[in-house]
Design a protein around this ligand. Structure first.
Ligand SMILES: NC(=O)c1ccc[n+]([C@@H]2O[C@H](COP(=O)([O-])OP(=O)(O)OC[C@H]3O[C@@H](n4cnc5c(N)ncnc54)[C@H](OP(=O)(O)O)[C@@H]3O)[C@@H](O)[C@H]2O)c1
Length: 343
């Protein structure tokens, strides 16, 4: 008898999975593969039909932080062994694509691979051009040591670039050529809304968290109507509750400032230190994964133990409706007009 690869197996089971809130799913990583121990939920990623674990890996931190190869080897291989099946990276996360290619390309059938385009191109070429997009995808494939990725996202280009249509067409050509199975837009606010409205993308990657809720009304309902896959980035709000004072890292500052004003109970006192499902990280993650239309969240980390810890948090299931309503109500009460989705 032929032994199915893990991906073939997932393809044959994907069709029977209905869309819905991710934490109500019945499929589990351990149930399907026999390898995982965390019973991590899986969700059909919209019309792509890919079945992705609700917790994915975000490759920005290891890339920018130039994490040692040996640590990334351990981090990714142990996470894959525990059921992870979605790895996200990008053309511009420093050495992230190289690290991932070196660490796990030998077991390429075990994960879906997402990258992005727009912020790199050969000298003299515009990254936001058809030529730039094509060259960037070829470079990503080389660095990731694979002949195809599962998804390429436009990396947060501005609305006027999207409106021109040239880069979207270049992505469509890459899909036709088999270099990527699906295409998406990664970004926020009005550009994301426009991307969804075009109907040309299979997926949207966007920021949603306890500190970033614009997308919940702006894009999520339309993504559901169009059966788009939704991948949440920055889903635990960069865990900014861990800082005692304004973080040095500029990228974390906006959420830190917002959280100070939002002043949720579960990010203070004992809950702030609680690493369980009712602590700050658990509530933040369960809030995002319980939103109708969200399929997975890619969490960044340089810590080989983090995947197991975060996978455990997802097992507690969705927050009680009253808790979700309280987080939404607090946001609506406090959020300023310029608290738009953060790239
Ligand atoms: N425009 C775009 O397309 C775009 C923009 C931003 C991000 N992304 C993608 O989304 C991914 C995630 O975004 P992100 O890394 O910015 O944000 P994030 O996932 O919200 O935050 C990651 C940070 O949270 C910490 N963390 C993770 N789990 C934790 C826990 N249980 N308790 C305490 N701290 C925890 C990590 O620290 P440790 O290292 O200690 O675990 C890391 O510093 C990126 O890697 C990237 O793939 C895409």
């Amino acid at each position: 008898m032929h032994e199915q690869t893990r991906r073939d197996f997932l393809r044959t089971t994907a069709a029977g999975v209905a869309a819905g809130s991710v934490l109500h799913m019945t499929g589990t990583a351990s149930g399907r593969t026999g390898r995982g121990v965390f019973e991590l939920e899986k969700q059909r990623l919209g019309k792509t039909g890919l079945e992705v674990t609700v917790l994915g890996f975000g490759g920005a931190e290891v890339g920018y932080g130039r994490t040692e190869q040996a640590i990334v080897d351990e981090l990714l291989n142990s996470a894959l062994d525990q059921g992870l099946d979605a790895i996200d990276t990008a053309e511009c996360y420093a050495i992230s694509e190289d690290l991932i290619g070196n660490a796990v390309s030998h077991r390429r059938d075990d994960y879906f691979l997402f990258t992005k385009v727009g912020h790199w191109a050969p000298e003299g070429v515009d990254g936001w051009s058809a030529e730039g997009v094509a060259a960037s995808i070829d470079r990503s494939l080389r660095r990731l040591k694979t002949d195809h990725v599962d998804l390429v996202h436009l990396h947060s280009c501005a609305l006027d670039v999207l409106e021109k249509g040239e880069v979207t067409e270049a992505l469509e050509k890459a899909k036709e050529a088999g270099k990527t199975r699906f295409i998406g837009y990664s970004g926020d606010s009005l550009a994301a809304r426009f991307a969804v409205e075009t109907g040309r993308f299979d997926t949207l990657m966007t920021s949603i968290s306890i500190c970033d809720q614009e997308a919940i009304d702006l894009t999520l309902p339309l993504c559901r109507e169009k059966d788009m896959g939704v991948i949440v980035k920055r889903g635990i709000a960069n865990a900014v509750w861990r800082y005692d004072s304004e973080p040095e890292q500029g990228y974390h500052q906006e959420y830190y400032r917002r959280l100070k004003e939002l002043d949720y109970d579960f990010t203070k006192g004992a809950a702030r230190e609680d690493t369980g499902p009712d602590g700050a990280a658990g509530i933040a993650m369960r809030f995002v994964l319980g939103l109708p239309g969200v399929h997975t969240t890619v969490v960044g980390t340089t810590n080989p133990k983090r995947f197991a810890q975060n996978a455990e948090l997802t097992k507690a299931g969705p927050l009680a409706a009253a808790q979700v309503e309280a987080i939404r109500a607090r946001w609506k009460e406090v959020a300023k007009a310029d608290w738009v989705g953060q790239i």
